[in-house]
Design a binder for this molecule. Structure first.
Ligand code: ACO
Length: 329
C-alpha cells in the first residue's frame, strides 16, 4: 500500500430533517407507485426539510457531532469546507454560516460545488491544504436540501432525492492510516444531462421573471445512470490499482447512494462481496453531497466500520463529476 496523504478522519456526525416522505406519500402527489420506485431505485422513503429550513442547520448539527465524538473544540478548527449545491443563499458561503453557528472563530471557511461528488472533492482539497498550509483540525461537510430545487410534478426526479448532512473531522494521520489515496474526475461536455438552470447569471432573476419551474432539477435519467456505472467503476479500480490494494482487502465500500441498481452494478463490476457494500438509499434517497458522509457516520456508530478497517468510497454527480477515495481507520 502507498503512503497516505497525511489526513485522517477522527470524528463523524450526521443530521437529517425529522419529516419522512414515503413512497406511499408520493403516490398522492404524482403518477407513480411504491412498487415502481422500489424496483427502479431501491428507495422506500426519504427525509425532507420543512420549506425554508436552511441547509446550514443540518451541516452545523453534523459538524457538532463530529467535534463532540473526537473531543475537539470548535475554536480548534482551522478550516471548514462545505460541499453543497443548495447553500442557504447565493452568498455568503454556507461554510461561513456554519462557522458562525459553531463559533469556530479561527477557521477559514468556503464552499465547494461538485454536486453529488462534493464530499469526496472536499476531502481531497482538505487533505492537500492540510499538507501545504499545516491545518490540523479540518471539518469536511456534505450538506444538501435538494428538495428546495425539486419540481414535485416531475415524477422522473421528485422520487429520487432527500435532504440531510454528514460531517467528517480530519486531523494529521499517524502511521499508515488515514486517507491513503484519492482521485477526482470531471467531464464538462455532459452538463446537459443533469443541471438546474434557475437563479444564476444565465437567467438573472433581477432582469427576467424566473419561470415557476426554472429553479428545478433537469435530468436525463437513463444517460446519467449509464455514465454513473462506468465512471464509478473506472475511478474506483484506478484508486485501488494506484494504491496497490486489492478488492478483497477492502472492509467496506461506500458508494454514493443514488440508486440501488447503480450501487449493485458498480459492486458487481468491481468484484466485491454484496455484504461489503453499504446501502442506505432505501431510507434516505439521494442526498447528493451528504450521502457518503451520512453513510460513514452510520457505519462508524453502528460498529460496521472499526479501527483498522480499509474503507473505499466512490461517487458520481452533475458536472459531470466523479471521485473515489481510500481511507484506513
Ligand atoms: N413512476 C412511474 N413511472 C415512471 C416514473 C415514476 N416515478 N418515472 C418514470 N416513469 C416511467 C417513464 O415515463 C417510462 O415510461 P415509458 O416506458 O412509458 O416511456 C418508464 O417509467 C421507464 O422510464 P426510464 O427513465 O427508462 O426508467 P429507468 O429504469 O431508467 O429509471 C431512473 C429511471 C430511476 C431515474 C434511473 O434512470 C436513474 O436512477 N438514473 C440515475 C439518476 C441519478 O442517480 N441522478 C442523480 C445523479 S447524482 C447528482 O448529482 C444529483
Amino acid at each position: 500500500m502507498i503512503n497516505g496523504t497525511g489526513a485522517k478522519i477522527i470524528g463523524t456526525g450526521h443530521a437529517l430533517p425529522e419529516k419522512v416522505l414515503t413512497n406511499a406519500d408520493l403516490e398522492k402527489i404524482v403518477d407513480t407507485t411504491d412498487s415502481w420506485i422500489v424496483e427502479r431505485t431501491g428507495i422506500r422513503e426519504r427525509h425532507v426539510a420543512e420549506a425554508g429550513t436552511p441547509v446550514s442547520e443540518f451541516a452545523t448539527e453534523a459538524a457538532r457531532q463530529a467535534l463532540e465524538q473526537a473531543g475537539v473544540e470548535a475554536k480548534e478548527v482551522d478550516l471548514i469546507i462545505v460541499g453543497t449545491v443548495t447553500g442557504d443563499m447565493k452568498f455568503p458561503a454556507t461554510a461561513c454560516l456554519v462557522q458562525a453557528k459553531l463559533e469556530a472563530k479561527n477557521a477559514v471557511a468556503f464552499d465547494l460545488s461538485a454536486a453529488c461528488s462534493g464530499f469526496l472533492y472536499s476531502l481531497q482539497v482538505a487533505s492537500a491544504l492540510m499538507r501545504t498550509n499545516s491545518y490540523r483540525r479540518v471539518l469536511v461537510i456534505g450538506a444538501e436540501v435538494l428538495t428546495s430545487m425539486i419540481n414535485w410534478q416531475d415524477r422522473d426526479t421528485c422520487i429520487l432525492f432527500g435532504d440531510g448532512a454528514g460531517a467528517a473531522l480530519l486531523a494529521p494521520a499517524e502511521g499508515q492510516t488515514g486517507l491513503i489515496h484519492s482521485r477526482l474526475g470531471s467531464d464538462g461536455r455532459q452538463t446537459d444531462l443533469l443541471y438546474n438552470p434557475g437563479g444564476g447569471s444565465l437567467h438573472p432573476a433581477n432582469l427576467e421573471p424566473v419561470a415557476p419551474d426554472f429553479p428545478t432539477i433537469r435530468m436525463e435519467g437513463r444517460e446519467v445512470f449509464r455514465h454513473a456505472v462506468t465512471a464509478m467503476t473506472k475511478v474506483l479500480k484506478q484508486v485501488l490499482e494506484e494504491a496497490e490494494v486489492s478488492a478483497e482487502e477492502i472492509n467496506l465500500l461506500i458508494p454514493h447512494q443514488a440508486n440501488l441498481r447503480i450501487i449493485e452494478a458498480v459492486g458487481k463490476r468491481f468484484g466485491i462481496d454484496k455484504e461489503k457494500v453499504y446501502v442506505n438509499v432505501d431510507r434516505f434517497g439521494n442526498t447528493s453531497a451528504a450521502s457518503i458522509p451520512i453513510a460513514l457516520d452510520e457505519g462508524r456508530r453502528s460498529g460496521r466500520i472499526k479501527e483498522g478497517d480499509l474503507v473505499a468510497m466512490v461517487t458520481f454527480g452533475a458536472g459531470l463529476t466523479w471521485a473515489a477515495a481510500l481511507h484506513k481507520f
